[in-house]
Design a binder for this molecule. Structure first.
Ligand SMILES: [Mg+2]
Length: 218
């Protein structure tokens, strides 16, 4: 699936790629709306619908990924609410084994995530992925999400990598498109980012079912 002799550096997304997106989907679609309705004395069905519409309008903008933004907007402590369902945070199959194999083959492993630093911290505390990463970058540090050209320009200023010899794995096709526009040479999507939802059939980028497909790393 990948010619490892053509790859020097691996960029990896977190939510939906190394980690199961079920936690995030459950949190944003069910848990947070429920707590929001309780807090403000609203009808849960109507307020959940209204919140989903509000989230959809903000999608792919940096503040959509910003827990501080939503804590202020919704009058809730978003990180405290995430901790209520933190037992759902889980690695996708073979994620740590793949990271270890990359390390053993001397390929720098760089996490690039749209997650806010506090969400990143929570997930690093509860999973083993941190031990398998050489560097972790949140797009909030750059003031631009991965969907924006500015993110890739900032990344290239801070991290040395040859775009032609870089593999980037992410479950978001708009993000992969931005990486392709920047010139990243090798791109892979994730077919089933949320283990509780069916695999996707309508992807335009080549997609992985499991990291084990990329082993061994030579
Ligand atoms: Mg993702």
């Amino acid at each position: 699936m990948i010619d490892w002799s053509a790859i020097d550096t691996v960029l990896l997304d977190m939510d939906g790629t190394l980690l199961d997106l079920h936690f995030d989907n459950h949190f944003w679609q069910h848990h947070l709306p429920l707590r929001f309705a309780e807090r403000h004395g609203l009808d849960p069905v109507a307020s959940t619908q209204a919140l989903h519409e509000r989230f959809a309008r903000e999608q792919h903008r940096l503040r959509w990924y910003c827990t501080d933004h939503w804590s202020a907007e919704l009058g809730l402590d978003v990180i405290a609410l995430k901790r209520e369902v933190e037992h759902l945070i889980a690695e996708r199959p073979w994620a740590s084994a793949f990271l270890r194999a990359l390390g053993a083959a001397n390929r720098p492993r760089i996490l690039i995530t749209n997650a806010h630093r506090d969400s990143l911290g929570l997930k690093l505390r509860l999973t083993g992925i941190g031990a398998g990463l050489d560097r972790m970058i949140s797009s909030h540090d750059y003031g631009a999400p991965k969907e924006a050209p500015a993110f890739w320009e900032r990344l290239a200023q801070q991290v040395r990598f040859d775009p032609n010899r870089t593999l980037f794995i992410d479950d978001s096709e708009p993000v992969l498109q931005a990486a392709r526009d920047y010139g990243i040479g090798h791109l892979l999507c994730i077919r089933q980012p949320d283990s509780k939802r069916p695999p996707r059939e309508d992807l335009t980028f080549p997609a992985l079912d499991c990291f084990s497909e990329l082993l061994p790393v030579r």
